[in-house]
Design a protein around this ligand. Structure first.
Ligand SMILES: NC(=O)c1ccc[n+]([C@@H]2O[C@H](COP(=O)([O-])OP(=O)(O)OC[C@H]3O[C@@H](n4cnc5c(N)ncnc54)[C@H](OP(=O)(O)O)[C@@H]3O)[C@@H](O)[C@H]2O)c1
Length: 269
């Protein structure tokens, strides 16, 4: 199946589309009728996925095989995205992790992780925004993680990058509050994907039933998007926990705006 007409929904950019959650986003967005720009490093994977999608859905699929953690790859992606007025959605999904203790992990692993999870996500958001603002339309979905909610001994660097994604996305939402641009923060918990191989952690070591399927995670996240949610945590059953967490963060921030130090820091014991 193939069509030459551009989709009326426009083009969705999905980073990290060669596997895991990104591959499922690509499938689900094609099923919704979006044309796609799929980004990852493994071109062969992206091309196979393109063939699969085009055999099922009447959409146009383009691929861009670049390393988003490298300045050249990120510039190429950013320039292509900035120049493409058909783009109506960005799914910042590409991400990587490491479980090596900070004292032992090579510096390159840390800088690569931050370059992908933080810098690339921010630069690609910056690349779509002028067009979105001009058209007063568009959707940005940033994939974080539940480990961004609070420090986690297993993955302090990865968790720190996801805390950035959460904070950045929250600030972006507030900055765009008067526009029609949609911003969603998605915080998956453990999900079945190649990321565990990349980290060198066998999924079997996590115990049976510990991980969510990628399909279930993406379908839940898209349901959250459809419902107008900002902070979507697919595995959190008690949604009041998310509300309380956001409210407590806002209360703490508001309470911190004081010109004088708190008495506990000024009284002598
Ligand atoms: N799996 C989980 O338990 C879990 C939990 C919470 C959050 N998340 C988040 O979900 C997102 C997707 O992860 P996943 O679990 O689906 O993992 P995955 O299957 O390993 O997918 C990662 C994707 O990112 C791409 N990628 C990695 N490094 C890249 C680079 N330097 N440049 C461009 N693309 C790159 C990979 O493609 P190439 O290798 O072809 O480049 C792949 O398509 C990530 O942001 C992750 O942090 C995952």
């Amino acid at each position: 199946m193939n069509q030459s007409n551009p989709s009326s929904l426009g083009t969705a950019v999905v980073t990290g589309a060669s596997s895991g959650l990104g591959k499922v986003y690509a499938h689900r967005l094609a099923a919704r009728g979006y044309d796609l720009l799929l980004i990852a490093r493994r071109k062969d994977r992206l091309e196979t996925i393109t063939t699969e999608l085009q055999s099922h859905f009447p959409v146009q699929v383009r691929v861009l095989a670049v390393d988003l953690a490298h300045p050249d790859g990120l510039s190429a992606a950013s320039e292509q995205i900035s120049a493409d007025a058909t783009i109506t959605m960005l799914v910042n999904n590409a991400g990587t992790s490491s479980v090596e203790p900070v004292a032992q992990v090579p510096v390159e692993t840390i800088t690569n992780l931050i370059a992908l999870n933080v810098t690339a996500l921010t630069v690609l958001t910056k690349a779509v925004l002028p067009g979105f603002v001009k058209r007063n339309a568009g959707t940005i979905i940033n994939i974080g993680s539940v480990v961004g909610i609070t420090g986690f001994a297993w993955v302090p660097v990865y968790g720190g990058t996801k805390a950035y994604v959460q904070n950045f996305t929250q600030g972006l939402k507030l900055q765009l509050a008067e526009t029609e641009i949609r911003v969603q923060y998605v915080a998956p918990a453990g999900t079945v994907s190649e990321s565990w191989d990349v980290m060198g952690v066998p999924m079997s070591s996590l115990g049976e039933g510990a991980l969510m399927d990628t399909e279930a995670c993406v379908d839940a996240a898209l349901k959250g998007l459809d419902d107008g949610e900002f902070f979507t945590a697919p595995s959190v059953h008690d949604e009041t926990l998310v509300q309380k967490y956001v409210e407590a963060s806002e209360t703490l921030l508001a309470a911190s705006q004081q010109p004088e130090p708190a008495p506990r820091y000024t009284s002598r014991s």
